[in-house]
Design a protein around this ligand. Structure first.
Ligand SMILES: *Cc1c(COP(=O)(O)O)cnc(C)c1O
Length: 405
């Protein structure tokens, strides 16, 4: 019996710990919500803490919404627990079909395909669409799932500087000899909350005969007037041909991802995408609750939730700016508070938790060296009082550590 790989794992773990980048998973006691319960310490010294949660992707506040819970329960009774099959063998129910249709109609695309996750959607699409004669032109800050999906295809790879249109144009020029070109970008870059410059991207893609794919995981459900995402937000709906996204963030936060776009591409993905063909169907209860989430996002209740996200983001941004914190400017519900030093950011996060505000510090290699930050995320579920409490805590802790005066 060889233990060499166990030794390898131990030495890797030691070096991760040595670098200070070992990730500990905090236990959330109970459900995901505007406030959460967690515990600090170990053994007999554990202490329960109730904290305002500023680090979930729970933008519309639906993760613990009674309407979604009821929809999931109804589907458990009517459609059972699991499918025990992939979609193309015996894993497709009416709920899967309805979810795809409703999604396409919400996003104003021809059709849509639901994957087990958006990681799988991005992992599966490139290999199906692009061969060695083709080119994929990808933003350097794109999500890991896009990077991995591109690795699985044989297309020529071009990488442009983050949201930099001169760099995109140069790459498009260099890719002119390819048979087909696909430009791919995150709709929102999650570490900064910066929205991709879609008007310029679609204009360049049209000029250089390329298709555009946007990963709208941090936008579907809450950006744009109807909440349909960054294309709507930027008024370029219909000019972004492929949209990938998730049910695991604003739309209830359980799981499931998708690609929405032209019917022939969706159909081809159902024939060939390996992460779709060879992975289990999304559970019926999740389909049913996701349908409910889409309905809410498209209704007046969605309009009000989007207003609350925006009001909350403005409140938090302006109060922290006024207090002297350095934020990444923008308009998204992701609001990074820039600290710089990694150890200081970590200490600030710990202090805030003790004060009842749950935030996470991000540092190198997740963000550039020397640009450590606390990434806060606003939710429609946060009340003004909760945000004011969080703002007060930031100011108190910021002064204590000399980050603001
Ligand atoms: C969260 C996220 C994903 C992964 O989505 P899952 O459905 O959780 O797999 C992919 N792309 C981006 C940009 C994301 O933020």
């Amino acid at each position: 019996m060889s233990n060499r790989l166990i030794d390898f794992a131990n030495s890797e773990l030691a070096s991760i710990q040595g670098a200070g980048t070992y990730k500990r998973e905090r236990l959330i006691l109970g459900s995901q919500s505007a406030t959460i319960q967690t515990q600090e310490g170990a053994g007999n010294a554990t202490k329960k803490i109730t904290a305002i949660n500023l680090c979930a992707n729970n933008y519309l506040g639906l993760a613990n919404d009674q309407r979604l819970i009821d929809a999931a329960k109804r589907a458990l009774d009517s459609h059972g627990f699991g499918m025990a099959s992939v979609r193309f063998i015996c894993g497709t129910q009416d709920l899967h079909k309805t979810l795809e249709q409703e999604l396409a109609s919400y996003l104003k695309t021809d059709d849509a395909i639901v994957f087990p996750s958006c990681f799988d959607a991005n992992g599966g699409i490139f290999e199906v669409l692009l061969g060695p004669e083709d080119a994929v032109i990808s933003d350097e800050l794109n999500h890991a799932s896009i990077i991995d999906g591109i690795r699985l295809c044989k297309a020529k790879r071009f990488r442009y500087r983050n949201n930099d249109m001169a760099s995109l144009e140069e790459n498009l020029k260099n890719a002119q000899s390819a048979r087909h070109r696909l430009v791919v970008t995150d709709g929102v870059f999650s570490m900064d909350g910066i929205v991709a410059d879609l008007p310029a991207i679609v204009a360049l893609a049209e000029r250089y005969d390329a298709m555009v794919m946007v990963d709208d995981c941090h936008a579907t459900g809450f950006m744009g007037g109807r909440g349909s995402g960054t294309a709507e937000h930027h008024n370029v709906e219909g000019r972004v041909q492929l949209i990938s996204g998730t049910f695991g963030k604003a739309l209830g936060g359980a799981s499931g991802g998708f690609i929405a776009g032209p019917a022939p591409i969706v159909d081809l993905l159902k024939q060939r995408a390996r992460s779709y063909l060879f992975s289990n169907a999304v559970a019926p209860a999740i389909c049913s609750a996701s349908l409910q989430a889409l309905q809410i996002a498209a209704s007046q209740s969605g309009v009000l939730a989007r207003e609350r996200i925006n009001t909350n983001a403005e409140r938090f941004r302006s109060a922290l700016t006024e207090a002297g914190f350095q934020l990444v400017p923008g308009e998204h519900a992701i609001i990074p508070v820039m600290i710089g030093d990694a150890a200081l950011a970590a200490r600030l996060a710990d202090e805030l938790l003790c004060m009842g505000v749950y935030v996470i510090a991000f540092s190198y290699p997740v963000v550039p060296d020397g640009k450590a930050r606390i990434r806060t995320q606003m939710s429609a579920a946060h009340t003004a009082d909760q945000l004011d409490t969080a703002i007060e805590a930031f100011i108190k802790a910021g002064k204590k550590f000399g980050i603001i005066s």
